[in-house]
Design a protein around this ligand. Structure first.
Ligand code: SF4
Ligand code: SF4
Length: 406
């Protein structure tokens, strides 16, 4: 007898698609306590003219955009607050791809990460119906009502948003049955991890991607509590055989191994290979380098809709690798695989004001995760072995990759 363990699906065309992000608004109905966007406001909304100029530049300079596919990402704030603009922009993109006989014509996606509050809105639903074959939509829900409402609160009333989000989950799963959710963990959330993942499974969400925040928020003993929560979750997943149909990104056989200095020396973060555009028409290597994402550093602008991209400004991002930005303890680390970083947070937290200084605030949390991950796989394999079950398509250690995704 054999079995297959479910793992988190890779995003559409991962590694071969260009990612282009439109920051359509800096407004949001919520004021999540862990949100890294420090400069949210309701004034900076993208106009159609700015979006059109950016699209014209991108689609008419094919030599700079050679990737075989493209993902147009719309973010905020909350992107669906700007559904009229988004609908118009997407229509324009489709017409231009056809008119220009562009190589992305049949290989594009529109992607959204939404707080889910106005998902049922008739304009949003009309847009989904129109573009369903080219859409990826993720709704962010953090787990149980208590855990979700701990952080995801309305900006005006400070009331939790769980009730308004959860009512839209059935509709979303009907339209996107394989839809996954991203959960963000900071210090206060740790006690709720196990019950929250199980709650998301009970709502019918089969793929849960969880990340701890990269910021330096961790208190003493957070790593011990984190490990304990993950071990509890491991027990529940194994006991209830959730590993057959549900995935949780915390558990992955690829993490917690040493990495070869030469062969596994890539910069996993996509900053510089992607492009973000804001309401003023400025280009950034990723949204994390726009002013509204940065606590203490100046934005890094690499061009604009009038002058195009200054490729010299992209060069530092494209030449970065793991070793050029990591301290020696990370380069020599025995459990380095899966220990990720965010280039934007590295820059923001750096004392040098450069992108060459990796922040290692998550170090003890990664170590705790690896210990719990080892516990999970040992326990699961022992169980399956005792039951005489062979694991089909078990994860293989893949060189140069981590499963993390921002
Ligand atoms: S941050 Fe810590 S766990 Fe991660 S690679 Fe560096 S030393 Fe290893
Ligand atoms: S890890 Fe951070 S800097 Fe890199 S692509 Fe993601 S958000 Fe941008």
């Amino acid at each position: 007898m054999s079995t297959e363990i479910k793992k988190n699906e890779k995003p559409w065309k991962e590694g071969v698609a260009k990612s282009i992000t439109f920051i359509v608004t800096k407004d949001c109905q919520l004021a999540c306590k862990y949100c890294y966007l420090v400069g949210k406001n309701s004034n900076e909304r993208m106009s159609f003219e700015v979006a059109k100029k950016a699209i014209d530049y991108i689609l008419n300079n094919k030599e700079f955009f050679l990737e075989e596919s493209v993902i147009f990402d719309f973010i905020g704030g909350e992107p669906f607050l700007e559904i009229d603009l988004i609908d118009k922009v997407c229509d324009y993109i489709k017409v231009q791809l056809f008119t220009l006989d562009h190589h992305w014509f049949n290989s594009y996606r529109f992607s959204f990460s939404t707080n889910g509050i106005n998902y049922h809105d008739s304009k949003v639903q009309k847009f989904i119906e129109k573009n369903i074959d080219h859409l990826s939509i993720g709704i962010t829900i953090d787990g149980t009502e208590k855990k979700h409402d701990l952080n995801r609160i309305y900006k005006n009333s400070y009331k939790g948003s769980y009730v308004d989000v959860v009512k839209n989950i059935p509709l979303w799963l009907k339209q996107f049955p394989t839809g996954g959710t991203k959960v963000t963990i900071s210090s206060e959330d740790i006690p709720y991890i196990c019950e929250s993942v199980l709650h998301l499974y009970s709502l019918g969400i089969h793929e849960v991607s969880i990340n701890v925040v990269y910021e330096d928020v961790w208190k003493e003993n957070d790593d011990i509590l984190f490990e304990y929560q993950l071990m509890q979750l491991a027990d529940k997943i194994i006991e209830n055989k959730y590993y057959l149909n549900y995935a949780c990104s915390f558990f992955n056989e690829n993490i917690g191994k040493p990495m070869d200095k030469e062969k596994e020396n890539t910069n996993w973060c996509g900053a510089g290979r992607m492009l973000a555009i804001d309401a003023q028409g400025n280009y950034y290597p990723c949204t994390r380098f726009a002013a509204y994402s940065l606590r203490s550093k100046k934005p890094i602008i690499v061009g604009n809709i009038h002058d195009g991209i200054n490729r010299n400004k992209l060069r530092p991002f494209l030449s970065l690798d793991r070793c050029t930005q990591s301290p020696s303890e990370c380069i020599e680390c025995d459990i380095a695989s899966g220990c990720a970083w965010c280039q934007g947070e590295n820059y923001d937290a750096s004392s040098t004001g450069t992108i060459y200084q990796r922040s290692i605030a998550i170090c003890k949390m990664h170590k705790a995760r690896v210990r719990a991950n080892n516990y999970y796989w040992n326990k699961l394999y022992r169980k399956l072995e005792l039951e005489g079950i062979e694991v089909k398509d078990a994860y293989k250690f893949v060189k140069n990759t981590t499963e993390e995704n921002c």
